[in-house]
Design a protein. Sequence first.
Length: 301
Amino acid sequence: MEQQEMDKILAKAEVLIEALPYIQKFNRKIIVVKYGGSAMSNEELQRNVIKDVTLLKLVGFKPIIVHGGGKEISRWVGKVGKEAEFVNGLRVTDDETMEIAEMVLNKVNKNLVRMVEELGVRAVGISGKDAGLLQCKKRYADGQDIGFVGEICGVDPKVIYDLLEKDFLPIVAPIGLDEQFMTYNINADDAACAIAKAVGADKLVFLTDIEGLYRDINDKSSFISRLTATQAEELIDSGCIGGGMLPKLGNCTDAIREGVNRVHILDGRIAHCLLLEIFTDHGIGTAIIADRDKELCEGNH
């Protein structure tokens, strides 16, 4: 065998050895992956994400996927001659839009199930309506009625636990019911956060359209690889964070305060970002950790 070929093989072996302590540490631990954004609109990236999650399952993790589908919903809303309307980042959802959203999310859900099954792992696609998983109430945007948009007020994780116990990979669409059994569209970040808290997840991962957090978005040298929940809250209060990242970061700190061990913000457009963050010494995104682990902000993740 030529030396060049041997070097390639040894490099692969070193990667596997580097991953070993993380595989041991997180064996049988629950990880919730919120999947959405641009990573869902590109089939190659979609397959990479599903490969990552499937690998996590096969090496002993208990992954749960919570997916969005906003861009696809907007596309179908446009097909019926309607214009997507948003208030404070929340989709205004009338009867027709709610019907479209549920159909699109169900289509996305079953497509993800198919992709996981193709890789030899058993998956079950559900929505928050199943077994009362996500209970919600009507949500308002600064007092404005925006239709069938739900705010989560309760989570019954029994169906998730049952699926994990039977060795299925649960894939959840963010649709819920209120007390009158009306259907509501729920923000996927909120759904992932609520489910992670309810099942006591060790990790919550947000796949986004940015590399992670910056103290100054215009200064690439200000990238933050790790910070505590308190430091994240200080960052929010400082006004440095804006746009769609503000509620996402709020969800992250809330999850940590409610017992999730670690939250990761990753760029879902990077192939295999999930594996790079979890199974390597340095990672590639931003990790938010509990205050008690503050010393880790200077060390490895």
